[in-house]
Design a protein around this ligand. Structure first.
Ligand code: 13P
Ligand code: SF4
Length: 360
């Protein structure tokens, strides 16, 4: 549906009043009505970098989810304030790993004698606490666009010791497994899943010693719903279709797909695709719809991989009314919905984020 013209006008006016003082970032999964007001759009990696590259902006309005706003706060300078237009915009995956659970996991690894040879690698989609844990234990953050380089870096850190180096990958088991197996040639048997709801993660000390990848039992509630059947059905329905999915999908889905990558990769792949080609895309629906509209004129057919999968409900919390409210409040001198990470957490989380930014 077209946006309410009154709200559009108000968003424009508030943005104009703020001028250079505000910088609006929009993740690719945001609604069209919000993307329209973004100064820059991107995947998680690009947005983290762009937030850090705007020291002149007093306010960074982050149209995305909570962990992204936290990362922006960590990477921006002290005088800058990061605002999340709706505080309920969390991420169910990030919530699947708490600081207490991860500390307990590290104790389990220590008991099994493998903590010394383990490097944590945490997906951007995690709380600042988890990023701080990662930094404290010599690890790095990764996103879906640099997960392979992050893992290669991590394995390069600790190769000595019993059983060789290991990675504790948090919190998305699918991104961890897909990167290890699909991109780096490890086997499924090299990976074990640590379940924070079971004693010792549901693993024996021997399993921990034998594993190369210790995957946290977390997943994305949106991407986790694409199935092997989704892939088979779309191949039947659309002959000649190319299946393009995000690496947060399950391993069997990724293994059956033709192309796999981050949101930026998905966008680029469709841009470079020849006219007349057909694509089934397995990622968040706002982005897939936008891409379908964008490429329709060029004769590229873009369909949603599984019509029963819905929007990311927390990404969708940020809508035009919330954005207008945030911008008007800032323009009136009221700082609302500020996301601020405490100094101690920030110090170590920043270490982990900077290791990511320095990856080759
Ligand atoms: P990217 O944009 O980095 O691919 O991340 C996808 C995602 O799920 C963000 O929540
Ligand atoms: Fe979290 Fe998945 Fe939504 Fe991304 S798409 S914010 S990983 S729930």
């Amino acid at each position: 549906a077209p946006s309410d013209p009154d709200l559009v006008e108000r968003a424009r006016a508030a943005k104009a009043k703020l001028g250079e003082r505000v910088f609006v970032l929009g993740h690719h999964y945001q609604r069209d009505e919000v993307i329209e007001f973004a100064d820059v759009t991107g995947d998680s990696f690009k947005l983290a970098r762009d937030a850090a590259a705007r020291p002149e902006a007093e306010y960074i309005v982050f149209c995305g989810v909570h962990f992204m706003a936290e990362s922006a706060d960590i990477l921006t300078s002290a005088g800058q304030q990061v605002v999340l237009p709706d505080l309920a915009a969390g991420c169910s995956m990030a919530d699947m790993a708490t600081a207490e659970q991860v500390a307990e996991c590290w104790d389990v690894l220590t008991e099994a004698g493998v903590a010394d040879v383990t490097v944590p690698v945490s997906y951007m989609n995690s709380s600042a606490d988890i990023k701080a844990f990662t930094g404290r234990h010599g690890g790095t953050i990764c996103t879906s666009s640099n997960a392979r380089r992050a893992l290669e870096w991590a394995f390069g850190q600790k190769t000595a010791g019993a059983g060789g180096g290991k990675v504790l990958f948090l919190p998305d088991q699918h991104l961890g497994r897909n990167t290890a197996v699909r991109d780096m040639g490890m086997s499924l048997e090299d990976c074990v899943v640590y379940n924070p709801h079971k004693p010792n993660g549901g693993l024996t000390a021997q399993q921990l010693r034998d594993a190369k990848m210790i995957l946290w039992r977390g997943h994305c509630s949106v991407h986790g719903r694409f199935s092997l059947d989704s892939v088979r059905e779309v191949r039947d329905r659309v002959p000649g279709v190319n299946v393009l999915v995000h690496p947060e999908c399950k391993h069997e889905v990724v293994a059956a797909a033709d192309y796999v990558g981050s949101t930026e990769y998905i966008i680029r792949t469709l841009e470079e695709a020849p006219a007349g080609s057909k694509w089934a895309v397995g990622t968040e629906l706002n982005l897939v719809r936008r891409l379908a509209n964008r490429h329709a004129d060029e004769g590229k057919e873009v369909v949603f991989l599984d019509r029963t999968v819905c929007f990311c409900s927390t990404m969708n919390r940020i809508d035009l009314p919330h954005l207008v409210w945030a911008l008007e409040s800032l323009a009136d001198g009221r700082l609302v919905n500020r996301i601020q990470v405490d100094d101690e957490t920030e110090k170590f989380a920043k270490l982990a984020l900077e290791r990511m930014l320095a990856l080759p």
